[in-house]
Design a protein around this ligand. Sequence first.
Ligand code: NFE
Ligand code: MG
Length: 599
Amino acid sequence: MATLSTPNGYTLDNSGKRVVVDPVTRIEGHMRCEVNLDGNNVIRNAVSTGTMWRGLEVILKGRDPRDAWAFTQRICGVCTGTHALTSVRAVENALDIKIPENANSIRNIMQLSLQVHDHLVHFYHLHALDWVNPVNALRADPKATSELQQTVAPHHPKSSPGYFRDIQTRLKRFVESGQLGPFKNGYWTNPAYLLPPEADLMAVTHYLEALDFQKEIMTVRTIFGGKDIHPNWLVGGVPCAINLDGDMAAGAPVNMASLNYVLGVIERTIEFVDNVYIPDIIAIGKFYKGWLYGGGLSDKALLAYGCIPDRANDYSPSNLMMPHGAIINGKLTEIHPVDLTDPAQIQEFVPHSWYKYPDETKGLHPWDGITDPHYELGPNAKGTSTNIEQIDEGAKYSWIKAPRWRGHAMEVGPLARYIVGYMQNHRDIKPQVDETLGALGVPVTALFSTLGRTAARGLEASWAAHKMRYFYDKLIANIKAGDVSTANTSKFDPSTWPSEVKGVGFSEAPRGALAHWIRIKDGKIENYQCVVPTTWNGSPRDNQGNIGAFEASLMNTKVARAEEPVEILRTIHSFDPCLACSTHVMGPDGQQLAEVKVR
Ligand code: NFE
Ligand code: MG
């Protein structure tokens, strides 16, 4: 082909120089990305491939629905609990099980703490080095760095010149030893890095502080869920007993002492996000204003399911504290309601995915989903099936299916949630976004960009941190009113269940809209399908030729050095990809189907 127009409004041209990034690092899971550059090094064609596959949906067949959360939680090592939460909701929806208010508050606190934790790790440890140059930080003046921090983040206590000098010395030792550790393999001489040395040193310092803070924020889930990164969950509520006078040894993990501890962690989380994370985004954003344009989806197709029910058991949009709705064709003022039970709304397509359907011209709703792997490279691929040199995107080319909402390729995640919320005048989101745009001095259209996506994630981390406090207060008030119930076990026994039921559970995972669909027959799982955020964002082309969100976001980006594609990483990383979540399938007998070598 030379040029090809997609129904979602992109013109693809694969005639120019092909650049392959494989593996894309600083993500979860394994991903490959290929682009074609024109004579001016502008991306004119983009191909995103999930290069791994695993087994979960098939493993679940025939198992006890009450155990599904424990399996699905292991889809991923970063957004763990959100799958467990979505799974117990799917089962509760199928069996019409209501949970106590305390369980709702505790689930929300756990989910919100995951949201903040995940966003912090993404910004500092997976994404920051696309903007921040640790080698350049060696040239910083620690005193000027201290002054910079006191200007941009005046409430953060760790700000003395001596503190920054110590960090710089540590960093210098790293670099001089030739062992850059976490800072290895960066493009540190690339002209795309624009921060002054002091901003680099400040951000690298916060990288280390955020690393440290991880071990604190995860304790919220260890108290309510017994452990992390894979805490315990329960169909019908949460598996922890509340006894204010109790102690851990007596089997009451939720007591006065541990609740006080949780409160302390929540307060420190709010402090860290509001005094460090948000100021860093604004400080970095000011130096990279060019990245507030481009990297968005030109058709502005955005999807959010909503999450964080205020009262228990009510999943209608008016009770969900995170935004719900779909935007298509760039019409921001028209927000469509989303119905996950409607086969006309959600469908997964596979003509460009390494799966087989009986009829691949049609999509399947997840309740009728089929997981039948089929690995083959197209006729125009280069290399061999185990050592791919170039993907053929005209054929099957990814382990990710292509989910579509009413036929549209959608972006999900913090940016989708924040734009839907902003357009709905969400009472928390609207002022937060307006304040940030004001601080950066840019119009609302700047949201549709690589940095807009990164900024939305930071704002959402702040929102989530404050909402943890809201549900903490709610939990305490309810306990003080005499209600210590955390689980409803009235329908736990399968003999109380109908012989055939189906259900759907949904949440907003850190990376976007997540849902699990379940069919239960005679007390066992008949079919289980997960459609996860990175399945939406990282999807390949569909039956109509629509490109997915990763692919669309890369289009028309200019790359400074073709051999150092930091620009590709910036935009792909702004989605916080998780290929582990999105490629969670394998052959029915668990056999190895092919070995895909990643260069
Ligand atoms: Ni593995 Fe996940 C999130 C889910 S997939 S990280 O967030 O669900 O994008
Ligand atoms: Mg799936």
